[in-house]
Design a protein around this ligand. Structure first.
Ligand code: ADP
Length: 971
């Protein structure tokens, strides 16, 4: 591992062989290599011929050397050195055993071997033991009277044997462990490689088959089109002649494709008799390629033939594949002609004498058509590939940027140098206690480990943090990151042996390690849910279930969803739906189907008692009973199917019963390691069930930090705050992507946001019959319920119209009175402001995409909003959100005038307009500033669109937080 050597006397580390040493100096080189002596030999061979002698001694013997030479520093190097990092024990100072704390594994549970110098922590005990035995052998008197040297010699001897034994055992244990781990890695790697190879081959097979099918399809199409063309041309050929007496003729009479011929026209034969100029506008094969021949005719000055007419001619190149030439004559070029001679609307057609037999000609035509189709397909596929590559690149760049921002956004509490922790390298952890519970403590101790506290070397010993010396209030400490680390874990305490901890509200600090040889073992998460986009979406809950699952899956974890098999599922979004099994429970047979929705594995439960054959998701009098049955059936399915998920994730009142049913009936029956996570998407509905689920769940979340605070005082939440977390929702960047959106006219990224949005606005205006004008356009996409601020929405519509803006509202109301109210408003507005306001009172997903893209602003004036997805989707489409400061709206929208600091703490730029009050002046305050910015500072406004579009409101970050939560639930 590298080549940092330490001068054990000065404690200074040196790189490579010390350069300043003189001939007789001795250096201690520590090398631990239980299973690879060949590396040692390799090292030795580097010194051959360099007059340097290497003498290898057992490191555990160096205590003896130290004693003899009297040169060793008492407790190892002072600064970073091979010994200065990681787990350190020194002769005679056994590591104090610190009490086990949150997340920390008992150090005795793992091997006591370190990857540094092996020294024996049990020596004091051994010495005491020898002394005790010595006293037995020599007798009390002998010890008292006997010579110190004799005892020392005996001690030395016994200790040596003891040390050797321990050392051998530890080396063997470590070697065995290393071998076993390596074996396992190799096995895993082999399996992964085989799997990847299988997938590659499958992909290759699919590609070859698709290619074959494409060739077949193109051949078919070429055949059909050629046939069609042949039939069409047949009529033209029938009409075609070689000349028309006294009207036109071609010279020479025999010509073929590519020949230059003279086409003569008798100007006096038709309507162009008095025209000053004569032009030919022509094509071929019944105008197959449109207008391809344009020439001006000149006077032929055929003096001797002048009595037969006024002849003019043009030189024309006969198109290559022409069987017939089609044309009209005119008094000017195509864009400047008024008078035409089109042969009494029949056009002129001249037959091209056939040089190849007809059948051969058409077979060649078919071949040409096929090649053209293939080329078109190739170009299309190439364009698609380029687009897909760009999409993937943008996605990866966003992900990387977000991770970096995530790390930076914690900077006021904790960060590392380097920011990205590298396996096999040292890292410095910087911590600012002034923003945590350890504020003001005289000492702060760092307690860390790797791989979620499971690293084979056990936790690092507690390290006292020192001032960072950079003028900040940060403290720092360093550690060496093992090569097999994938995660660094730590907490901070006020004392060496514990006291008060900062363990990040029970989650501990975990930072990813890159470049290591080990990967994080995947978690298995099972969602039990009753809504899911796009197969059965009612609101935001459905979006979250699908997109959170996809994001967690993308981070290499395994996710399954258990879902009711409603009769109203949109089955066109379910791939590979297959019968899986059937089982009996609750007095009925339950058939299980399996399929994939947006790439996520879904088990559909189909109880034969008809509970989900009602044509709807919600809306039955016995909804609570139906979903209670479903939750229980889902747990039974897991048990009977032999599933052992790490996490059961349930949502809102509808799958809340999972939480208590699991604890009541299933923890003892095979699902021992499973933990329950419960997420509240909206506390408005089913508070009773939510409260009960909170009691039984291992961890609970809601969909934003601010909403978590807002509901913290609620009696069903307040007793459980210790396990309750706010994690903001994200949106699925593949589902909401203006660069790959079939409902958006011009695909766009932040690079061409203005062009894309301009085209979308024009399309939206056209589709809804609004005036095509460059006006500020406010979009509103919402369920029309009290929660969404109905009176504020109405006020905003009038205010926007007053400011000469346009408004589009897409919304539907479950309550018929509200729906009627809006129908009336729509009618009124359509007659008074038909060119600037349109209210579409229905649920229309495709239209919503066009509004997100075409609007300048998306208004979300909710009275309360657990998270809200509309403002996030708006930003993804470069629309600026105008929102009320509540719940998730507060956490995701940062006012351009008032939230600069709050945004900066999140490493973000301000991204919208917000207001406080739930009244008209509140809306006005935000909306007026927004519209004024549009009118008065277009350039600035345009850059704001770009800024919001570049912010990442996907699941990249929230998914990491959920995974942390899942892990903490398992502790
Ligand atoms: P909630 O779940 O409370 O309705 P969210 O903001 O969390 O609100 O989620 C709303 C989702 O429903 C968004 O994806 C939004 O685009 C969509 N949506 C709301 N109303 C309509 C509508 N009338 N037509 C199409 N989509 C709608």
């Amino acid at each position: 591992h590298g080549n940092v050597l330490a001068d054990t006397e000065t404690g200074e580390s040196q790189t490579g062989v010390p350069s300043k040493g003189s001939a007789q100096d001795q250096y201690l080189l520590y090398w631990f290599s239980p299973s690879s002596p060949q590396i040692l030999l390799l090292f030795q061979s580097c010194f051959v011929g360099k007059s340097i002698q290497l003498k290898w001694v057992s490191a555990s013997d160096h205590g003896k050397c130290r004693k003899k030479q009297g040169r060793m520093a008492a407790s190892g190097p002072k600064s970073s050195s091979p010994r200065g990092l990681g787990r350190r024990t020194t002769v005679g100072s056994a590591q104090k055993k610190t009490p086990k704390k949150n997340g920390e594994k008992d150090s005795n549970a793992t091997s006591t071997v370190t990857n540094e110098v092996l020294e024996i922590s049990k020596l004091p005990d051994a010495k005491a033991d020898v002394q005790k035995r010595g006293s037995t052998v020599l007798g009390e008197r002998n010890v008292l009277d006997g010579s110190e040297t004799e005892v020392d010699a005996l001690l030395e001897q016994e200790l040596k044997v003891e040390r050797e034994n321990l050392r051998r055992k530890e080396i063997e244990a470590l070697a065995e462990e290393t071998l076993a781990r390596e074996e396992k890695w190799r096995e895993q790697e082999k399996l992964a490689k085989e799997e990847a190879e299988r997938e590659r081959q499958e992909e290759e097979k699919r590609r070859i088959e698709a290619r074959k099918a494409a060739i077949e399809a193109d051949r078919e199409q070429a055949k059909a089109e050629t046939q069609k063309r042949r039939e069409m041309l047949q009529q033209a050929l029938e009409k075609g002649v070689v000349s028309a007496r006294n009207v036109w003729y071609i010279e020479p009479k025999n010509f073929k494709g590519e020949d230059k011929v003279k086409l003569y026209y008798n100007k006096s034969s038709g309507p162009l008799a008095n025209a000053e100029e004569i032009w030919i506008h022509g094509g071929f094969n019944s105008w197959v390629d449109g207008l391809s021949i344009v020439e001006k005719l000149v006077d032929a000055e055929l003096k001797d033939d002048s009595k037969n007419g006024d002849w003019w001619f043009a030189e024309v190149i006969v198109p290559v594949r022409a069987l017939v030439i089609d044309w009209v004559f005119a008094d000017g070029p195509p864009e400047g002609a008024f008078l035409y001679d089109n042969n009494s609307r029949k056009d002129f057609h001249a037959l091209v004498p056939l040089t190849t037999p007809e059948e051969a000609y058409w077979s060649e035509e078919e071949d040409r058509m096929f090649r053209k189709l293939q080329e078109e397909r190739r170009l299309k596929e190439e364009a698609m590939r380029v687009k897909m590559e760009k999409t993937a690149r943008l996605k990866a760049e966003t992900k990387e940027r977000t991770l970096k921002m995530f790390l930076l956004s914690q900077k006021d509490v904790v960060y590392t140098e380097p920011l990205e922790i590298q396996a096999g390298s040292p890292v410095t952890v910087l911590y600012n206690p002034s923003n945590t519970v350890l504020n003001g403590k005289p000492e702060v101790w760092f307690r860390g480990s790797f791989n979620r506290w499971t690293h084979r070397l056990g936790p690092l010993p507690p390290q006292k943090m020192e001032a960072a010396d950079d003028g900040s209030s940060h403290l720092k400490t360093s550690a060496k990151v093992p090569l097999d680390a994938y995660m660094m874990d730590f907490v901070f305490s006020e004392k060496e042996d514990g006291g008060m901890f900062d363990n990040k509200d029970g989650l501990d600090y975990h930072l990813p390690v890159v470049g290591g040889i080990a990967k994080e073992p995947p978690l298995h998460i099972v969602h039990i849910a009753v809504e899911m986009a796009p197969i059965a979406k009612v609101g935001g809950l459905g979006d979250v279930v699908t997109s959170l699952s996809r994001a967690v899956q993308e981070l290499s974890h395994n996710v399954d969803i258990i879902f009711p098999k409603y009769d109203c599922i949109k089955y066109n979004f379910v791939k590979d739906l297959q019968f899986n099994r059937s089982y009996h429970w609750g007095g009925t047979e339950i058939k299980v189907w399996h399929g994939k929705v947006e790439g996520v594995s879904v088990y559909f439960l189909d109880p034969q008692n008809g509970l989900f054959q009602r044509g709807c998701v919600y809306g039955c009098a016995d909804d609570a009973g139906r979903f209670g049955f479903f939750c229980h059936a889902a747990l039974e399915f897991l048990l009977q199917g032999g599933f052992h998920p790490d996490i059961l994730h349930c949502h809102d009142w509808s799958s809340a019963p999972v939480s208590w049913l699991f604890k009541d009936h299933y923890t003892h029956y095979g699902l021992i390691k499973t933990r329950v996570v419960f997420t509240i998407h909206n506390l408005e509905f089913g508070a009773g069930a939510i409260g009960k689920a909170m009691t039984f769940a291992d961890k609970a979340t809601t969909v934003s930090r601010t909403y978590a605070k807002e509901v913290a005082g609620n009696s069903v939440i307040s007793p459980h705050l210790y396990k309750f977390h706010g994690i903001v929702n994200g949106i699925d960047p593949d589902i909401w992507d203006p660069y790959n959106d079939n409902f958006v006219p011009v695909p766009y990224t932040s690079e061409n946001v203005l062009e894309g949005k301009r085209a979308a606005k024009e399309e939206l205006q056209k589709r809804l019959g609004l005036k095509s004008a460059d006006l500020p356009l406010v979009g509103i996409i919402t369920r029309l319920t009290h929660q969404k601020g109905i009176h504020l929405i109405k006020h905003a519509i009038w205010r926007t119209l007053e400011r000469n803006g346009q408004v589009v509202l897409l919304g539907s109301a479950p309550d018929p009175r509200i729906q009627n109210d809006f129908v009336n408003l729509a009618n009124q507005l359509h007659s008074t402001h038909g060119d600037r306001a349109r209210l579409v009172l229905t649920y229309d997903e495709p239209l919503s995409h066009l509004i997100y893209a075409g609007a300048d602003f998306i208004l979300v004036p909710s009275i309360f909003e657990p998270c809200g997805l509309t403002q996030l989707i708006a930003m993804r489409y470069g629309s600026v959100p105008v929102v009320r400061k509540t719940g998730g709206l507060y956490d995701t929208v940062f006012d351009v005038d008032h939230d600069k600091e709050r945004a900066k703490a999140q490493v973000l730029e301000p991204n919208g307009f917000s207001f406080d009050g739930a009244d008209a002046p509140g809306v006005d305050y935000a909306l007026n500033r927004a519209i004024s910015a549009w009118y008065d500072g277009r350039e600035w406004f345009n850059s704001l669109c770009k800024t919001v579009m570049e912010q990442d409101w996907s699941w990249n970050r929230p998914a990491l937080e959920y995974i942390e939560l899942y892990h903490s639930a398992r502790k």
